[in-house]
Design a binder for this molecule. Structure first.
Ligand SMILES: C[S@@+](CC[C@H](N)C(=O)[O-])C[C@H]1O[C@@H](n2cnc3c(N)ncnc32)[C@H](O)[C@@H]1O
Length: 245
């Protein structure tokens, strides 16, 4: 089964219901991401791509939070792009099918966002995606993403077989140092990491086949986020292309 077919099966399941819940209610990580974009792009006009945009929820909230932005959504999965293009609540946002490893370079972006996309990729595709994002950015443009990045020298690949992913979902949990090096190799400067701490309790699912995220409170008052038995070290990465001399 190709990756596109896998996404098709996945997105046809409970996934659309999951995303629908966050159309009106902003996810906490998206709230932080919008603050990061605001801090780095300021109030001027800017062109922003959300690649792996899925149902366009982040773009919906971005348009309300930063109405001066020129917003583009891209996804590998063509039916989700058609879904977004037909959605009246997303009018004014441009949607295009695109592959994060081969992004269009005709009209450079001031920022590219890729949320919860790169963890699926092996190292070769991960690096190809970073190079492609670098090529798609204007000089001085920003790359921002949330994914699984941790502080240990421990490169993890977890194969999850679950009800939602019966064929096996590969989850890459990467050391920040490896990612920093891959970003520099792609041409980015000063990559930095901003761990995301879930500020609310997510209830533990009652059924063992439900692996949606839940939190556990630590003794120091922070929450750890789990997908079933897997700890998810959510972390933002922020990196910039050099300004032109
Ligand atoms: C787990 S979803 C994340 C969706 C959304 N960004 C979010 O934060 O909820 C991953 C998305 O990335 C898309 N995707 C996977 N591989 C891709 C690729 N090579 N290029 C562009 N999009 C891709 C999938 O179709 C899916 O919509």
């Amino acid at each position: 089964m190709t990756t596109t077919e896998q996404y098709g099966r996945f997105i046809a399941g409970d996934y659309l219901d999951y995303q629908a819940r966050y159309r009106r209610r902003l996810r906490e990580n998206d709230r932080v991401l919008i603050d990061i974009l605001r801090a780095h792009l300021g109030d001027g006009p800017a062109r922003v791509l959300d690649v792996g945009c899925s149902t366009g929820n982040l773009l919906y909230h971005l348009r309300h939070a930063m109405p001066h932005l020129d917003l583009v959504g891209g996804d590998l999965y063509q039916p989700i792009i058609e879904h977004c293009t037909a959605d009246p609540e997303l009018a004014g946002i441009t949607f295009r099918p695109m592959d994060i490893t081969d992004l269009p370079v005709d009209d450079p972006y001031d920022a590219v966002v890729a949320n919860i996309v790169l963890f699926r990729f092996d190292d070769e595709v991960f690096r190809a995606a970073l190079h492609s994002i670098a090529r798609a950015l204007a000089p001085g443009g920003w790359f921002v993403a949330i994914d699984f990045y941790h502080e240990w020298d421990q490169d993890l690949v977890i194969r999850e077989r679950s009800e939602t992913h019966p064929d096996g979902l590969l989850i890459h949990v990467r050391p920040r140092e490896t990612v920093r090096e891959a970003l520099r190799d792609a041409g980015f400067e000063d990559p930095r990491f901003q761990p995301f701490h879930m500020p609310i309790d997510l209830p533990r699912p009652t059924e063992p086949n439900d692996v949606s995220s839940h939190t556990r409170m630590m003794a120091d008052g922070t929450r750890l986020c789990f997908r079933g038995s897997i700890h998810q070290p959510w972390c933002f990465v922020i990196a910039r292309m050099p300004e032109m001399n």
